[in-house]
Structures are given as structure tokens and as C-alpha cells.
Write a protein that binds this ligand. Sequence first.
Ligand code: SF4
Length: 469
Amino acid sequence: MAENRYISQSELERQKRIADTVYRENSGRDLTFFVETFGCQMNVRDSETIKGELVELGYAEAFSKEEADLILFNTCCVRDHAEKRLMGNIGALKELKDAKPGMIIGICGCMMQQEGMAKKLLKRFPHVSLIFGTNVLYRLPEMLQSVMNGERIAVTDRAEDAIAEGLPQLRDNPRSAFVNIMYGCNNFCSYCIVPYVRGRERSRTPKDIRDEVVSLVKSGITEITLLGQNVNSYGNDGTAQMTFAQLLTYVSDVPGLKRLRFMSSHPKDLNDDVMKAIAALPNVCHHVHLPVQSGNDEVLKKMNRRYTRERYLSIIRKLRETVPDIEFTTDIIVGFPGETEEAFLDTMSLVEEVGFAAAFTFAYSPRQGTVAAKSPDQIPEAVKKRRLQELNALQAKKTVENNQKYLGFEGEVLVEGCDMRGEDAMLYGKYQNFKMVYFPGDPSLMNRYVNVRVLKTNKNSLLGEMIDE
Ligand code: SF4
């Protein structure tokens, strides 16, 4: 395995030495941080590493921006309006910075990897002094030291697509954890900015992944979600020497691991071996998030998705044959350039046919630098809006139908939260196949597994009663 795919041990140790220095320099004072995270699970996971590094540097987590010595925005560039929102957030901090000149304001995340973005932000916001991209988290001690020495820096080096193992982490969730199995994406879907900002696919070794899962389970976590932009192409870069199906088998037998999830899956790479693994491995959850994006072959081609409607439907059919209680969720874009009314109706008929448990639906919005953004046949906003409304209405109907089949269902739920708004505390959590259920119960059951029977269904959720712990 090529050594240069990893950040060297000596470099990680150098960062650690700097971390010790930064800590010593500031040990007379309790420094605090506040990290605000936007976007997907990848960013959530990156923020856990950033927070872990900051704790190792001697910082403590603050409850609000106002009381923090360091504020970091971990940004996302996948969705529209993110930039505008970020600008508003940063602008609003100017007064705070004026009142607390020692405060450090930083921005990181995939938006910072966009061409020219870091330069633009440093120029526009003199109160921002630290900008870094997704590939240099391990250099946080060094970057912070430079800022503490009065520099304003932007480190968004794309040459650093190597993997840094063994970074500290601060995880808030005591029951579930995300574990990266790979970084980057090779697919270049024509609407998507991710491959440009997060670089090419790099898989972690099976051993590193399993070791992380073992240590998380030892700490009390029972539900793991394996994360990647396209988990089904795990190992395709030739370094992991294991396919995704083999990885599922390798990780699933970690003692004490009750639920193993994964996301996201690309339909072009979800093969029979993965389907067999889902069916055969007892703790692999019966839920697949399988973004379809469109139900029309022409649009799928323009999106560079490299599967057809029929191929997508055949995966759904096959999985349902072998795993009858499996649930599917998806992502759909309407109003993609060139999407005709017929093409949109193909998406509607696919949604009708599949019966997704839930769908994350979006009106297409161009991302600068992508192929689709340059397409001349953009769809008028009013048409996109109307199609989105029609699609959402259909999905709402399908969600109700999907919920109805759960009347009387009994199964094990991992308790995730407690809603105290009504007269009685309502606990909520998910069955293994991702269906959420609400039921009355004592908040002390948080993070535990209980058996719940569904008594009622309503528009968006299931209501039940606990039958035993
Ligand atoms: S698979 Fe396509 S949509 Fe997903 S991150 Fe890669 S390019 Fe973007």
C-alpha cells in the first residue's frame, strides 16, 4: 500500500508537539470553542475530529458563540443559499469580535475548497483569521498557532488528499456513531460539486475501520453508520483489498455491535454481493438510502449517473425479494436542465412504484463549476417549484401508505430522544429499518433498546406503546 496515501507518523507527531506548545502558552487561561456545523454527515464527523483536536489543545466546549474564544463554522457547498447564509453568520460576528479582540473566528469545510472562496472571504471579512479545507484537519494545531501569532491564514491545499489516521475526536452521541470508510468521490455527477472539493476516492484500511468500530463499541456505542460519498465503491482505488460487501462482513461481527448501517449508496455500484450481505448479516440494518435523482433515462444520462431506471428498479425488487422488511429512502432532483414534462412524470411514476419510506427532494440549483450549471436548457424557477410541490404531495401520500403497513407491528427500538412538549414524555427512536416511532415512556430509557408495538399511524410518524425493555 502506498505510504504517501497517509499522513506520516512523524508529521502527526510534529502536530502533537505544536499542540503541546499551544496548550502550554495558554494554560494560564481556560480557552473555549464553539463549532457550528452545516451540511451532511461527513461534516458532522469532521466536526467531531475538530472538536477532539481542540479539546486536546486544552480548549473546552462553550455553550454559545458569545462566550467562546474560538468560533468555527464548518461549511457545506452542496446546497444552494449556503454561501449567503454563511456570509450573514460571519457578518453578524463583527461586533462580537470588536468587543473581544482576542477571539478567533474561523471557517472550514468543503465550501472553503471552492475555487477563490478562501481569498474572497479573507478580503471581505477582516475579522476572520483562519480558513482551512477538509483535507488538513490534522494541521489544526499548527494553523491555530500561526493565528495566535497574529497571522491570517487560509490552508485549502488540494494536494493533501492523504488520510490522517488516529486523530482525536469528541463525540456527543453516546449510542450511535459515524465511521468514515472512505473520503472523496470519483463519480462526477454533472450537478455535483463534491468531487471538485473533496477530491478523489481514498479508502481507509479495513483494519483501521474495524479498530475504530471496536473502540466505539467498547465505549458503549451500539449503532454504527459506515460513511462514504459512495460506500459501494469502497476499495475500488485498489488500496483496501476488500470490497464493500466483504467490509460489511468483516465489521459486522464486532462483539456488542447491535446495528450496522451505511450511507450513501450509489445505484450503479450496489451489487449482488452487497445485497447478499444485507440479507445474511444479522446486525446489518434493513434500510438502504439509495439516491435515484430522476426516474427518466435521458435525465439520468445527463446527470452522469450511469444507471437506468430499470437497473434502479431491479435493485429495489431484488432486495425486497430477499429482505421483505427492507425500507428505502432516496434523494430526488426535479427541474434538472432539459427535464421535460414527460421526464418529470417518469420520476413521479417511479416514486409511485417504489413507495419510498421517505424522500429528500430538491429543485435543481446550479453549482458553479459543474457541467450541468453550464447547460443552456435550464428550467424556469416557476416550473421547478411546481414540480417540487407535485412530487412532495405524492411522496406525502406514499409516506402515509408506508406508515399504514406498520399498524400492529412489534419490534426493537433504540431510544434516541424525548419530546417533553405534551402532558406525558414521548420517547422516540427507530426500528432497525429506520422507521421512527413515538411512544410514552420514562426519559431514563434514553439510549436503551425497548420493544414497541405500533398502535396508530399519522401523516409523518408512527405512534406506539412499549411492550417491554
Ligand atoms: S456520487 Fe455523485 S452526487 Fe454523490 S458525491 Fe459523488 S458526484 Fe456527488
